[in-house]
Design a protein. Structure first.
Length: 317
């Protein structure tokens, strides 16, 4: 196009600006509709990510309420004091185990459906193959995390005893400091299964679709994982563990590996609770810290640093 023609078009647009709007409005409208549609979808996925912990807590509340009502069935329905007494007298670990079982039953079909949409998820083009060495490394990392967490909590207790006392009261109220078979099974088996299905499974998938970034999804699911634990101490370390579990999911793309790590963390916590109170604090802290570092270094190398053969495309599907 000649220079004179360009100048004539510019002068024409100056005389009639509406011509530019008429010529470009269909394109702009199409782009704006596409952007609005994408934004709407992202907001929808984000709402689903938030709904996961909300539904998880709602199931627990409903099951506890039903157990309380059944416990006070012999009293008048208007007797509030009887209902409150029944709520305090229920077997909370049993009720939570029932809630976890119900949640697992609802989460498994949802995860199966959602997981089909994760085939496009890629992390550096590889997915680590789970071997005996890597599984052993994951187990060592889980125990190391729990040992290190014990050291940190004891230091926090020395610095801020009031916060740790509230944390201990919460754990006692929920019955999670007991060592009966039901509580141990719920802590070591049921809780890891349901929480991995919900947070590294559904919540991560929804957050990934909402943000389009796997690392943002890791952070969001970890925040949700920490929030559902209900107190600041447990919420903080649950967030940190959620980040680790999210990274493990990115590396292996296998929810079962996350369950294994989670089970080892919780199982080590049960074993640590068996340590007698008369054991001197300083030697115990020193030994625990050294053991945690050794386990994390060796386990981390086995689980994350060894080069695993990438899966073939057929295996990845």
């Amino acid at each position: 196009m000649k220079r004179e023609d360009i100048q004539n078009e510019v002068f024409a647009l100056q005389d009639d600006p509406s011509a530019l709007t008429e010529n470009t409005s269909p394109v702009k409208k199409k782009d704006s509709d596409r952007i609005a549609g994408t934004l709407f979808k992202r907001v929808g996925w984000f709402c689903l990510a938030i709904a996961v912990p909300v539904v998880f807590l709602a199931i627990q509340v409903v099951v506890i309420a039903v157990a309380s009502v059944l416990g006070s069935a012999s009293s008048s329905a208007e007797d509030v004091d009887a209902l409150m007494a029944a709520t305090k007298s229920i077997n909370l670990p049993l009720v939570l185990a029932v809630a976890q079982a119900i949640t697992i039953g609802a989460a498994i079909p949802c995860w199966i459906k959602v997981s089909h949409g994760l085939k496009g998820l890629d992390f550096k083009g590889k997915r680590a193959r789970c071997s005996v060495k890597s599984a052993a490394g994951i187990a060592m990392v889980g125990v190391g995390i729990q040992l290190l967490l014990g050291v940190v909590l004891m230091l926090v207790y020395a610095a801020v005893p009031q916060v740790m006392e509230e944390y201990a009261d919460t754990m006692k109220l929920m019955g999670l400091n007991a060592l009966d078979p039901l509580t141990v099974a719920a802590t070591v088996v049921l809780a890891p299964v349901v929480e991995e299905l919900l947070f590294r499974g559904l919540c991560f998938a929804f957050a990934w679709r909402a943000t389009g970034n796997v690392w943002a999804a890791v952070v969001l699911q970890a925040l949700a994982f920490g929030a559902v634990h209900g107190n600041i101490v447990q919420g903080c370390y649950a967030f940190a563990i959620g980040i680790v579990l999210g990274f493990v999911y990115l590396k292996y793309r296998n929810i079962g590996i996350c369950m294994l790590l989670h089970m080892c963390v919780n199982g080590a916590g049960v074993l640590v609770s068996l340590v007698p109170s008369w054991v001197p604090a300083f030697p115990y802290l020193s030994i625990t810290l050294v053991a945690s570092v050794i386990l994390l270094v060796i386990g981390g190398r086995l689980a994350f640093l060894l080069k695993d053969e990438p899966l073939q495309e057929a295996e990845r599907a």
